[in-house]
Ligand binder design. Structure first.
Ligand SMILES: NC(=O)C1=CN([C@@H]2O[C@H](COP(=O)(O)OP(=O)(O)OC[C@H]3O[C@@H](n4cnc5c(N)ncnc54)[C@H](O)[C@@H]3O)[C@@H](O)[C@H]2O)C=CC1
Ligand SMILES: O=C(CO)COP(=O)(O)O
Length: 347
């Protein structure tokens, strides 16, 4: 197959380290491994390491997916990073700062980082671009990969299109070259803030879409809510300097549609279970995978209230984003939240 040929160019010397052995880290390793790049995944336990090195599969995530031979795992930070030429960050946002602080001494100077995590840090309200710069410094290049890209589909080789955004054209072009194959198409962008905001906000809209679904409200309701959610995403993105066209693309409406309507979404499933009446604590404690939208919904409301110009009532401008946070905080039920949306004053 074409995408299993070794690249012919200097990229042959590329050595990739994936930080995070969850579903998305494995998916990234899988694509690059199929292209014969040597990939090391930094995992947290001996069991996770042995499982990948001996059985070529994770014992916890995407357990049925076999990884290519060029993918190995280690628990040793120094071993993972010492000769890396490219780093892929796939650790959930809320754990990233502490994790990166521990990694910083081992990360090779100038080694670029491609970040795949989507969300806003609680407390600081930072996006990943801020967390990465604060923890790994300003001198290296960073890129942000986003779009409708479920890990399982990527790992089994289904066609996927993503966008990679960076201030550095060299890095976006390199990412497109390294990842690109017949099953994985990379588009490039310079709109880092737009790509990051889209990736963070769509998880919150997916929780709302799931709630509609769980309440049994039907297709009209879900489609209406997702459309209005995209408008809130676009309004917010424009206010922070993003280009509206980015939000019409893969990392905006593209990822929102995938996540709101796709059965694999953890965020949508969290919303479905809430809509069906389960308690948030029970859903979170029974989930082995992260739903970034939960923490991001709470951060977003704080972000809107503290960082946006106060020229209008934020809860009227962003009723879906505020409504999801209120349900997650237990201030109203999903059904009350939906009723409030329908009965909002006409402006
Ligand atoms: N799974 C997917 O389909 C996609 C995921 N993403 C993003 O990728 C990022 C990673 O998500 P997944 O791999 O899906 O998560 P996951 O839930 O599959 O795996 C979680 C990962 O985080 C690690 N982890 C857990 N607690 C930690 C801690 N305290 N410190 C350091 N690491 C810790 C686990 O060992 C594991 O590697 C998220 O931001 C997600 O939004 C992006 C696109 C698609
Ligand atoms: O970001 C994703 C797909 O693009 C994954 O969404 P979930 O985290 O909701 O599963």
């Amino acid at each position: 197959m074409k995408d299993e040929q070794a690249p012919q160019t200097p990229q042959n010397s590329e050595r990739v380290t994936v930080l995070g052995g969850g579903s998305f880290g494995l998916a990234m390793a899988s694509i690059l491994g199929k292209k014969k790049y040597p990939v090391k995944i930094l995992v947290r336990t001996q069991d996770a390491m042995d499982s990948i090195n001996i059985h070529h599969r994770s014992s916890t995530y995407l357990k049925d997916v076999t990884l290519p031979d060029s993918v190995t795992a280690t628990c040793d930070k120094e071993e993972a990073l010492k000769d890396a030429t490219l780093i892929i960050h796939a650790v959930p946002v809320q754990y990233s700062r502490k994790f990166l602080k521990e990694m910083a001494p081992y990360v090779p100077k100038d080694c670029p980082v491609i970040c795949t995590s989507k969300g806003i840090e609680t407390g600081t309200l930072c996006l990943m671009q801020d967390i990465l710069r604060e923890e790994l410094g300003d001198s290296r290049d960073y890129a942000f990969l986003s779009g409708p890209s479920f890990a399982r589909e990527i790992a089994v080789g289904l066609a996927t299109a993503v966008v990679v955004a960076s201030q550095s054209d060299t890095l976006t072009n390199r990412a497109a070259e390294i990842f690109g194959c017949e099953n994985f198409r990379v588009f490039t962008s310079k709109d880092v803030i737009g790509v990051e905001i889209g990736g963070a906000v769509k998880n919150v809209i997916a929780i709302a879409a799931g709630m509609c679904e769980g309440l049994g409200l039907g297709t009209n309701a879900v489609a209406g809510l997702v459309t209005r959610g995209c408008l809130e995403m676009q309004t917010l993105a424009r206010a922070v300097g993003a280009s509206p066209s980015t939000l019409m693309g893969l990392s905006g409406v593209g990822d929102t549609f995938g996540t709101c309507f796709g059965p694999l979404s953890r965020n949508r499933n969290l919303g479905i279970r809430l809509g069906q009446g389960e308690k948030l604590e029970d859903i979170l404690s029974s989930s082995t995978e992260v739903a970034e939208g939960y923490a991001t919904a709470l951060s977003l409301v704080e972000f809107l209230l503290t960082k946006m110009p106060r020229s209008f009532r934020m809860d009227l401008k962003f009723p879906i984003l505020f409504g999801v946070a209120e349900v997650l905080k237990g201030e109203r039920s999903p059904r009350e939240g939906m009723k409030d949306l329908m009965l909002m004053p006409i402006r």
